[in-house]
Design a protein around this ligand. Structure first.
Ligand SMILES: [Zn+2]
Length: 167
């Protein structure tokens, strides 16, 4: 049993103690409320991110290398005779890397389009790019079944003053 205040000064002291207790409880609850709000904010943000990411953030493959090795070379399997040129060291050819990267990125986007995505992708991107890469005059023209050499860059002469003309 607590002692009852016996005087005005005891009463004031008791009021101050209760006010301090209340301040302590309020501060503790404020901290808990701030922490709880931060947790909920993080959960909501994570959930939103999971459901609202664009095609570039939810990829099937992490990079062009894993896509070529994991999907492309199997989807475009060919016997070694009677068709164009493919270089197993495609990554040595800058143009091939550039074209295959663009093809991989469009493939990732096509995965999201369940209506016409892959059909559109084959006709508009994959077949033309594959045909260009493997053509007898294409990127891999010097290679077949193994890497032989890179094609020389196109010739260029340093641009003269006043050029190029703008249309
Ligand atoms: Zn090669």
């Amino acid at each position: 049993m607590t002692d009852q205040p016996t005087s005005a000064s005891d009463l004031l002291r008791e009021i101050r103690r209760l006010r301090d207790d209340l301040d302590t409880l309020t501060a503790k609850q404020t901290v808990e409320l701030v922490e709880h709000t931060a947790r909920i904010k993080t959960e909501i943000l994570d959930e939103w991110t999971q459901h609202n990411t664009g095609p570039d953030t939810k990829k099937v493959y992490d990079d062009v290398q894993s896509w070529v090795e994991g999907w492309f070379v199997h989807a475009y399997a060919r016997s070694s005779a009677g068709w164009g040129h493919w270089c197993p060291e495609w990554w040595r050819h800058r143009e091939a890397v550039s074209r295959l990267t663009a093809l991989w990125q469009s493939w990732e986007a096509a995965q999201k389009n369940t209506a016409t995505g892959m059909a559109h992708w084959y006709v508009m991107y994959a077949d033309p790019i594959f045909g260009h890469l493997t053509a007898s005059h294409g990127v891999f023209a010097s290679c077949k079944d193994e890497h032989i050499r890179l094609l020389p860059s196109l010739a260029t002469i340093t641009v003269e003053a006043g050029y190029p003309h703008t249309p």
